[in-house]
Design a protein around this ligand. Sequence first.
Ligand code: CP
Length: 338
Amino acid sequence: MVKFTGAHIVSIDQFQRADVDLIFEVADTMEPYALRKRVTRVLEGAILGNMFFEASTRTRISFGSAFNLLGGQVRETAGFASSALIKGESLQDTARVLSGFSDVICMRHPAAGSVAKFASASRVPVISGGDGDNEHPTQALLDLYTIRKEMKGKGRSIDGLKIAMIGDLRYGRTVHSLSKLLSLYKDVEFVLISPHELSLPKNILELVRSLGFKVSCSDHLTESIVDVDIVYSTRIQEERFPSKQQADLYRGRFRLNQAIYTEFCQPNTVIMHPLPRDSRSDANELDSDLDDNPNLAIFRQTDNGLLVRMALFAMVLDVVNKVEQYSYAARWYKERQN
Ligand code: CP
């Protein structure tokens, strides 16, 4: 098992199934704090350096909120323009400096391998928020945590799951990490739906196949989603293409809407997406007419991200057993009318 205390979290390759089970066990205990029913000050005085050198809404805010909810403070850099990296400072020097100001650092960067490089020079734990087209480990953990919850509600588990991954599987780092994570489980069946040019990278495909998992590849959406438990849709990662025109060749190829869902999916197929979904008319990979579908789990994914990231902070900073001790009931809390 991973020794979480003080560990960097940069790749799913670090984990075994027992590690993931432990993260999920701790994430479950974070719910009263994430819902703001209880307040914990366990990380009072601790500082998160939240360094995002690439656009983000949910990962950046979720990491920051998770740290705040544990009582810590957050310092942020967003984009290269406001960072000394633009003046030629190396990632390692940036890490040496920032690890003097922070107790843990979260980082997103457009280059594959950059977060591991940064972590190699950091004196404090570094958690990846995504490195280029490589990996997005905490997204995969929150995705799998969501899958586990959704399947449990249907009397099922992760073992034996059939999942369709749809869209840009080449550049989509969330599907890279999620494929590796699902490979820790048993009898998972992968249906990979993408244009041939945007297929899952060979090394990940070979890993999954070498472990004996059943994998099928297709570039037709409707015929491939008829008997899956999960459809996991993704955006065309335009920022990774040489030009917008090249991304446009694939945009809008695999659109899921309520009519298609009703005709082709099982009635309880869970719909997932790491978000952001591209809702522009030429893309619209997950139509807003699915928003009232109870199997649409996309906003449960984002809520679950808070729990998983709180768990990771508590584990790497070794305070899991002190969270409750330093907690009290929120004075202002009223049950929400959702
Ligand atoms: N899922 C995800 O990484 O979203 P952001 O780009 O908004 O962080």
